[in-house]
Design a protein around this ligand. Sequence first.
Ligand SMILES: [Zn+2]
Length: 132
Amino acid sequence: MEEAELEALVSARRAAASRRDELAAELASIEASRQDSNADDEHDPEGSTLAYEHARVASLAARAEHELAELDAALARLGSGGRDECESCGAPIPPERRAALPSTRRCVGCATAGVRPDATAPPSAPPGRRRR
Ligand SMILES: [Zn+2]
């Protein structure tokens, strides 16, 4: 089923790339309006809206960029055959999970337990609290 997976990854990558491009264009247009309008954001209601909008779109663009990088990495792993195993525990990642989350590197257990080898998220919820 490698071919179907590859296709899912490629189309997810294409979607992420076009979202990134749209956000970049939006960001550029916000930057252009900011330059046109009063530079004093604090006293110009429209200026502060633009500043907020700029921050919002910039963060979405950064996320899209990150997702794109993850998908690229997933594509590279698919090519090297290393995508089947969880990066944290080495357990096989089920194909359904890979289909639903093409860029995933961890099995469901590790992902829900909050095991993060890249440590990007703050340790807000201890794993023990997730039990029912
Ligand atoms: Zn795992």
